[in-house]
Design a protein around this ligand. Structure first.
Ligand code: ATP
Ligand code: MG
Ligand code: MG
Length: 569
């Protein structure tokens, strides 16, 4: 059985279930559809969906769509695709906007209880009245409006009688509170903007804290997991849940039932955990949007982007991302994870699960002059050195090969183990070869090597056991398939691209070598792979057949990660 995970959130859930507090747990993942999901969201997704599954509960996907100006159906679709790609399925797909009518009735209830009032202060005045961390706020002059007047004004806000920003509905809590979130926070604002789900139906929109807490309550969320920056919002979350008391107010849920949604209302509990931060990348949606819009990258799914779509296209697997979330601690301690930890997760997954192939990225022709013209063989190679269940494949071999230019040195540096003029090297799975001749063009560039294959050194022969320092990979030049190979690296060249000291911004820290496109050759059994197939190209790295551009006849491979960490030497 898998080891039970022991972080503090799972401890709470375990205790709550043991104490009989809930028959079953329910969680939700609540993205705002204002951008694509990034790797930070993967942590929240794995927690929300993972914990529900581990404890026999359910997890909803809820679009937190209360801010119409920035939201788009394109993001709504992409987020669903990404959650499924990570390997999760929601119990129910919801939109916070499904509950607008419920929220509205809840607001009227607060007004009737004397817990909310319509305020005519401008945004700027509200800021002035709010006070500071060290100074208490002041009551709004509209705070003591009577219930009837408040109800009338709020209904007219809803009817669209007032312009944007003219009035707000505010909770009546405590302007002297040490927690600024409790200083009569806004619950509703006027915003005459069409909404991607509700169209023009609403000229007013609920504020995040009100909608989020009540959304959780409507869905009967038992454990509402969110990131640490909401810790200071928890008292307001609890205030909304308690004062509205959806679980005890079936009359507020009538609009829900009219939509065919069940009454599952319960009292939720918010629990905060620290965000996932990774160095050498940026995760702010604002910066990601700007990079796409300004063409610094090739769209949201550029393989260098930290978006889930980008990581997927780069060749990251759902298993590698889930592994990352298992490896980073779930706590209230903020930390920055080293990018190499992410890369290590991918290597660990692909080492176990990616079949091996041969590809040559810096091609140099190598002619074996002691084989006859037109010589053609088919060798059998195991697909995985540690796992026979991967089976074998046929690899063509002939008189003319491509080897890596980088595996040949005319004047070798100290410790060189690969090919040199007059030297020998083992061709992976084929035999021992010697370089007899270096062919150059008029400009002195090396254009071809000529050499011989030791006929007594073929695999399985006695002569194959001769001690040879280096082994190199190769492909058959007559049958290998030309391929576009995209060598990706980290998008930023400094650990903290968000650092704006010395007058720089993240744009100044882009890694100029984060993408190199080369023409190489891959063996036929790599070329005909389906898009998104992962391989280890032996000695070269882990690669994936590009999700968009790869075709069997004209292969395109992206380097997902090198075989070894070259950054933290
Ligand atoms: P923005 O504030 O730019 O809209 P966001 O990060 O708040 O971005 P949401 O769509 O609201 O984006 O996030 C959905 C959920 O994912 C939230 O519960 C949020 O706490 C969580 N989340 C976002 N970023 C991270 C992160 N880096 N690590 C862990 N969880 C995250
Ligand atoms: Mg958010
Ligand atoms: Mg946010």
């Amino acid at each position: 059985a898998p080891v039970e995970k022991q972080d503090f959130i799972r401890q709470i859930v375990r205790q709550d279930l043991a104490a009989g507090k809930h028959a079953a747990i329910r969680t939700r993942f609540p993205p705002e559809p204002n951008g694509y999901l990034h790797i930070g969201h993967a942590k929240a997704i794995c927690l929300d969906f993972g914990i529900a599954a581990e404890f026999g509960g359910l997890c909803n996907l809820r679009f937190d769509d209360t801010n119409p100006a920035k939201e788009d159906p394109e993001f709504v679709q992409a987020i669903q695709d990404d959650v499924r790609w990570l390997g999760f399925e929601w119990a129910s797909l919801r939109h916070a906007s499904d509950y607008f009518e419920v929220f509205y009735l809840a607001a009227e209830k607060l007004i009737a209880q004397g817990d909310a009032f319509v305020c005519d202060l401008s945004a700027e005045q509200v800021r002035e009245y709010r006070g500071t961390l060290t100074e208490p706020g002041r009551n709004s002059p509209y705070r003591d409006r009577g219930v009837e007047e408040n109800l009338d004004l709020f209904r007219r806000m809803r009817a669209g009688e007032f312009p944007d920003g003219a009035r707000t509905l505010r909770a009546k809590i405590d302007m002297g509170s040490g927690n600024i979130n409790l200083r009569d926070p806004a619950l509703y604002r006027i915003k005459k903007v069409a909404h991607q789900n509700t169209g023009d139906a609403w000229p007013i929109y609920p504020m995040y804290d009100f909608a989020h807490s009540l959304g959780d309550a409507v869905e009967g969320i038992t454990h509402s997991l969110c990131t640490l920056e909401f810790e200071d919002h928890r008292p307001l979350y609890d205030w909304c849940v308690e004062r509205v008391d959806l679980a005890g107010s079936p009359e507020l849920l009538a609009p829900l039932l009219a939509k065919g949604l069940p009454n599952e209302a319960a009292r939720p509990r918010q629990i905060e955990f620290s965000r996932l931060n990774i160095n050498y990348t940026v995760m702010s949606k604002r910066k990601l949007v700007a990079m796409v819009n300004d063409g610094l990258v090739d769209g949201w799914d550029d393989p260098r982007m930290p978006t889930l779509q980008g990581l997927r296209r780069r060749g990251y697997t759902p298993a590698a991302l889930r592994l990352l979330v298992d490896r980073v601690s779930i706590s209230k301690q903020n930390s920055v994870i080293d990018f190499s930890v992410l890369e290590g997760c991918l290597r660990d997954d692909l080492d176990a699960h990616a079949p091996r192939r041969m590809a040559v990225v810096t091609p140099l022709k190598f002619v074996l002059t002691n084989l006859p013209e037109g010589h053609a063989e088919t060798l059998s190679f195991g697909n995985h050195p540690k796992d026979e269940s991967f089976g074998t494949r046929e690899v063509p071999f002939s008189r003319e090969l491509w080897i890596e230019h980088d595996d040949f040195a005319e004047v070798p540096p100290k410790g060189w183990k690969r090919l040199v003029p007059g030297g020998e090297v083992r061709l992976r799975g084929a035999g021992i070869v010697r370089c007899d001749e270096v062919v150059k063009d008029d400009a002195g560039n090396i254009v071809e090597l000529r050499g011989t294959l030791d006929p007594e050194s073929r695999p399985g022969m006695e002569g194959a056991n001769r001690k040879i320092k280096g082994t190199i990979h190769w492909v058959d030049a007559t049958r290998a398939v030309p391929a576009e190979i995209r060598l990706y690296d980290r998008l930023f060249s400094v650990a903290d691209p968000d650092d704006e000291s010395e007058g720089k911004t993240y744009r100044d820290h882009l890694n100029p070598d984060s993408r190199k496109v080369v023409q190489g050759y891959v063996e036929p059994a790599a070329a005909d792979a389906a898009s998104e197939t992962h391989f280890q190209f032996e000695r070269t790295g882990y690669f994936v057949a590009d999700r968009r551009d790869h075709r069997a006849g004209s292969p395109v491979f992206n380097r997902s990660v090198s075989l070894r960490d070259t950054w933290s030497a």
